[in-house]
Design a binder for this molecule. Structure first.
Ligand code: XMP
Length: 526
C-alpha cells in the first residue's frame, strides 16, 4: 500500500485513482495524520498538492517522522515545497511568475538512482503545472532532475535516498505521461500491483459488516441511478435483510420513473424497494424558491426528514420480530466528484455547489446525531462504480444509465419549480431521451436531459402569437464529470427532437441546445 497524504488539492484523489489504475492500493489520509497512529507500514509515501503556501502561518505540515522512515517519497507540487521547507525553510519563496497550465519539462539525467523516476519517459515532457511558489535554492543533498523555463528546480531528488519531488501534477490527464511516471514510482517503492475491483468489493463488504455491527439496520436512499443501485447491492450482500431500500418520490423525478425503478430492482436484483410519496411536501416547500442553493438545501433537508420518519416506521414495524434492531445508518451512493466539489480538506478551495447528498445534509447528521452516514463509494469515480456494478451482476442498461441528480428536475428547471413547469420539463425530457435511445446514441454521451428556462419567449403557431416556455436541451461527454464537453449533435436529429417537443407539448414555444463545456458551465443548470 502506498500512503497519500492529502494537503487539500483538488487533484489528490486522482493520485489514488491513478494508482488503482496501476493495480496498486493506495490509502489517502489527511496531511495531519501522525505516523504513530498508523497501524500499517506503507511501501511509499506521496505528498499531494495543496492550495497553501508552505511559509504561511496556517499552512499544514506533515509529521516529520514520515520523512525519516527511509521508504520512497514523492512530493507533488505543494509536496515539493513541503519537502524543501521541512529540510530548510529558506529553500522556498513566493514565485514571481506563476505557472498555470501546460509547460514543457526537460529531464536532467545523472547516471544514478535518481534517473529511475523518468525511466522511459524521454528527455522532454508535456506537463500540467498549477503553482505560485517555487524553490529558490536546492535543499542540501538534493540534485535537479527536471527544469522548465520558469523553474530551475521543477524536479528534484535526493542524491542517496529515494526521495523525489516534482512541481507538476502527474495525476491529471493534461500530463500525458503522468501515469508512466507514477508507475516508475510504484516500481521504486516495490509496491505489489495486485489491487482488483473484486478484492475491493470483498474488502468493502467486510468493512461494512464491521462498521454496521451485527444487529443494526441500514436505511438506504435508492434513486435507480447506478450509484445508489450499486451501493444498495453492496449493502444487501453485506447485511441482507437488515438493509431497507427506500425511494423518496420528491415530485421532481422523471416521467413514470419511480414505478419503473421499483420494478427493475425487484426483477433484476431482488431488492424490495419501498416508495415513499413526498411529492406534495416537496413541491409545497419549493413554492416561490428560485435561488439554486436554497433549492438544494431545502430538498436535501426535506429528503433527510422523510428518511428519518421512515426509519422510525421501520423500527416500529419490526418490534415483534425475533431480533429487532435499531436503524442506525443511512446509506448514500455518494461518489468522489460529489465530495470534492462540495467540501475539501479544511475547506480552502471554493465550494462549487452543495450537492445534496453531501453538502445539503442537515447539521445534525454532520455532527453525528441521528442517523449515521455510510457512503461505501465515496472514494470512487463513476467508471469504477460501473465496473463494480458489473462485477456485482447488475444489468448493463442500469450500469450505463446516465446520472440523475438527487435534487432531480428541480435543478434543471431554472427559477421557480411549479407542478406545471415540472410536467413540461418531464415530458420534454421523455421525448428527448427516448429519441436519443432510438437513434442508438445514448451510450455515446455521458449525460443528457431536457430542462426549462426561467423566462418565456414569443413564437408563432397556427398564425397565432404563442408566449411559451423555453426548453433547454443538454448533452455532454465526460470521463469523470469534473470536466465535460458538449455533445456534438447531429443537426437533423436535433431538429426532429425540437419539432416533436414543440408540437407535442402545449405551452412550449422554443427549444435551445446548450453548447457550453464544463468549465465554465456545469453539467446541471443550477
Ligand atoms: P455538475 O452540475 O456539478 O454535475 O457539473 C456533475 C455531476 O454531478 C451530478 N450532480 C448531482 N448529483 N446531487 C446528486 O446526487 C446533486 O445535488 C447533484 N448536482 C449535480 C450531475 O448530475 C452530474 O452528473
Amino acid at each position: 500500500t502506498i500512503l497519500t497524504l492529502d494537503f487539500g488539492s483538488q487533484y489528490t484523489h486522482l493520485v489514488t485513482r491513478r494508482l488503482r489504475d496501476l493495480n496498486v492500493y493506495s490509502e489517502m489520509l489527511p496531511c495531519t495524520t501522525k505516523l504513530k497512529d498508523l497501524s500499517w507500514k506503507p511501501k511509499g509515501i506521496i505528498l499531494s498538492g495543496g492550495p497553501y503556501s508552505v511559509y504561511e502561518d496556517n499552512a499544514p505540515h506533515c509529521d516529520p517522522a514520515f520523512l525519516k522512515l527511509g521508504i520512497p517519497i514523492l512530493g507533488i507540487c505543494y509536496g515539493l515545497q513541503e519537502l524543501a521547507w521541512t529540510i530548510a525553510k529558506e529553500n522556498v519563496t513566493a514565485g514571481t511568475a506563476r505557472e498555470y497550465g501546460l509547460a514543457e519539462v526537460v529531464a536532467q539525467r545523472h547516471n544514478s538512482h535518481v534517473d529511475r523516476l523518468f525511466e522511459g519517459l524521454g528527455d522532454t515532457m508535456q506537463v500540467f503545472m498549477s503553482h505560485g511558489d517555487k524553490l529558490s535554492q536546492l535543499p542540501s543533498g538534493f540534485c535537479t532532475i527536471a527544469t522548465t523555463r520558469n523553474s530551475p528546480f521543477a524536479g528534484i531528488a535526493h542524491e542517496t535516498e529515494p526521495i523525489f519531488a516534482i512541481q507538476w501534477h502527474p495525476e491529471v490527464e493534461h500530463t500525458p505521461r503522468g501515469k508512466d511516471l507514477l508507475r516508475n514510482f510504484v516500481g521504486i517503492c516495490g509496491a505489489k500491483q495486485n489491487w482488483t475491483m473484486s478484492n475491493f468489493i470483498e474488502q468493502e463488504i467486510s468493512r461494512i459488516r464491521g462498521l454496521v455491527g451485527p444487529t443494526d439496520h441500514v436505511i438506504g436512499a435508492v434513486s435507480g441511478g447506478v450509484d445508489s443501485t450499486v451501493a444498495a447491492k453492496l449493502m444487501q450482500e453485506a447485511i441482507a435483510d437488515r438493509f431497507h431500500a427506500v425511494l423518496v418520490d420528491n415530485g421532481v423525478m422523471r416521467l413514470n420513473e419511480c414505478q419503473q425503478v421499483k420494478q427493475t430492482l425487484a426483477q433484476h436484483l431482488g431488492i424490495n424497494l419501498k416508495i415513499v410519496d413526498g411529492a406534495e411536501r416537496f413541491l409545497n416547500g419549493l413554492a416561490g424558491v428560485t435561488e439554486p442553493e436554497q433549492k438544494r438545501k431545502f430538498i436535501g433537508g426535506c429528503f433527510i426528514d422523510l428518511f428519518e420518519e421512515e426509519a422510525v416506521k421501520i423500527e416500529k414495524a419490526q418490534e415483534n420480530a425475533p431480533s429487532p434492531g435499531k436503524v442506525k445508518w443511512f446509506l448514500q451512493g455518494t461518489l468522489y466528484p460529489d465530495v470534492i466539489e462540495s467540501l475539501s480538506f479544511k475547506g480552502p478551495s471554493a465550494t462549487i455547489k452543495s450537492h445534496h447528498n453531501v453538502g445539503g445534509l442537515p447539521q445534525r447528521m454532520i455532527d453525528g446525531q441521528g442517523l449515521k452516514l455510510i457512503e461505501p463509494l465515496r472514494e470512487l469515480f463513476k467508471d469504477e462504480v460501473r465496473e463494480m456494478g458489473r462485477q456485482l451482476g447488475i444489468h448493463e442498461d442500469l450500469v450505463m444509465r446516465h446520472p440523475f441528480p438527487g435534487p432531480g428536475l428541480a435543478i434543471r428547471i431554472l427559477g421557480e419549480v411549479t407542478a406545471e413547469r415540472v410536467d413540461i420539463a418531464r415530458r420534454a425530457d421523455d421525448i428527448y431521451i427516448s429519441m436519443i435511445r432510438e437513434a442508438g446514441i445514448y451510450n455515446d454521451m455521458s449525460q443528457a436531459y431536457a430542462g426549462l428556462d426561467s423566462s418565456r419567449s414569443v413564437g408563432v403557431m397556427g398564425d397565432k402569437r404563442e408566449y411559451g416556455y423555453i426548453v433547454i436541451l443538454r448533452a455532454v461527454r465526460t470521463s469523470d464529470f469534473m470536466t465535460a464537453e458538449a455533445y456534438e449533435f447531429d443537426w437533423a436529429l436535433l431538429k426532429r427532437i425540437t419539432s416533436r417537443i414543440v408540437n407535442e407539448i402545449q405551452g412550449v414555444s422554443r427549444v435551445v441546445y446548450d453548447s457550453t463545456s464544463k468549465p465554465p458551465g456545469t453539467i446541471e443548470l443550477e
